[in-house]
Design a protein around this ligand. Structure first.
Ligand code: MF3
Ligand code: CO
Ligand code: CO
Length: 268
């Protein structure tokens, strides 16, 4: 299936939704501390969406074919949880790493972003995984320009992850996004240069690599959503929603508090 090209009005709507998603993640900076629960995070996210932003939590009740409706307004994936962790009474403790993934709907448009949060003081191994995964996301994004291919993105991510001794999760990928949460294309986080769909200005998709410290195999928990590493090794993920422009790319999930691009792509 072919990816759709957004209109100027769509792009404007996606900029707004993207900024709002990023502002939710800003709101959480400093709050993810030892002693809080993942359910508390969900409460903050939900209240800020509904009461402050007047956005709709895209994940709440989201039920792709074969899934039960997702019960929360964000995903909180702790330590060996890869993605889709369901917020609840899990207490965060010093040294935990948490991916918080939020998706808002504003005026019909979806904004999807996630960041890693380190609870208290992270171990050197945990910090290295989070930083390497951030660099992976950015090295993938840096490939984006008209004429490049989806395989170029995947290859850049995979090469950097494996060079650092980590592995790339294969079962979940980035995705086109717009009026629908998940659209074409599938953006694999591994691959070969020059393969796959060619990028065209006006395409919008996410780049959201899931990188494991150990082996790449995963398992789904009995809740029907939470994905964990089979070997219980730590896993990290970062996500931006990105527009393909005439000359390169524009990050749509940007706000005051967005972390600076990786030095591996700015050369700083
Ligand atoms: N936000 C996730 C993504 O990046 C999807 C979460 S779907 C949910 O695609 F139902 F698990 F929340
Ligand atoms: Co996404
Ligand atoms: Co997401």
């Amino acid at each position: 299936m072919k990816s759709n090209i957004k209109t100027e009005a769509d792009i404007q709507g996606m900029r707004v939704a993207g900024r709002l998603a990023s502002e939710l993640l800003d709101m959480l900076e400093g709050k993810v501390r030892p002693g809080i629960t993942t359910g508390q995070i969900d409460q903050w996210v939900h209240d800020h969406m509904v009461n402050v932003q007047k956005t709709i939590p895209a994940t709440l009740g989201y039920a792709p074919p074969g899934y039960t409706p997702y019960p929360a307004s964000c995903c909180t994936s702790v330590n060996h949880q890869v993605c889709h962790g369901i917020p609840g009474n899990k207490l965060l403790k010093n040294g935990d790493i948490v991916n918080i993934d939020v998706t808002v709907i504003k005026d019909g448009y979806h904004g999807d972003s996630s960041r890693m949060y380190i609870v208290g003081e992270g171990s050197i191994a945990a910090r290295r995984l989070c930083e390497t995964t951030y660099d992976c996301m950015w090295l993938g994004i840096a490939q984006i320009r008209p004429g490049a291919t989806l395989g170029d993105i995947g290859h850049a991510i995979q090469t950097h992850a494996e060079k650092n001794g980590f592995s790339v999760v294969r079962e979940f990928c980035g995705h086109g996004i717009g009026k629908k949460f998940h659209e074409e294309p599938q953006v694999l986080h591994y691959g070969r240069p020059g393969t796959g769909e060619k990028l065209v200005p006006g395409m919008i998709f996410t780049v959201e690599p899931m990188i494991n410290a150990g082996r790449r195999e995963i398992r789904e928990l009995a809740d029907g959503w939470t994905i964990v590493t089979k070997d219980h090794s730590l896993s990290a993920q970062w996500e931006h929603t990105v527009l393909v422009t005439e000359t390169g790319y524009e990050i749509l999930t940007q706000s005051e508090g967005t972390p600076a691009p990786s030095r591996l792509v700015t050369g700083a």
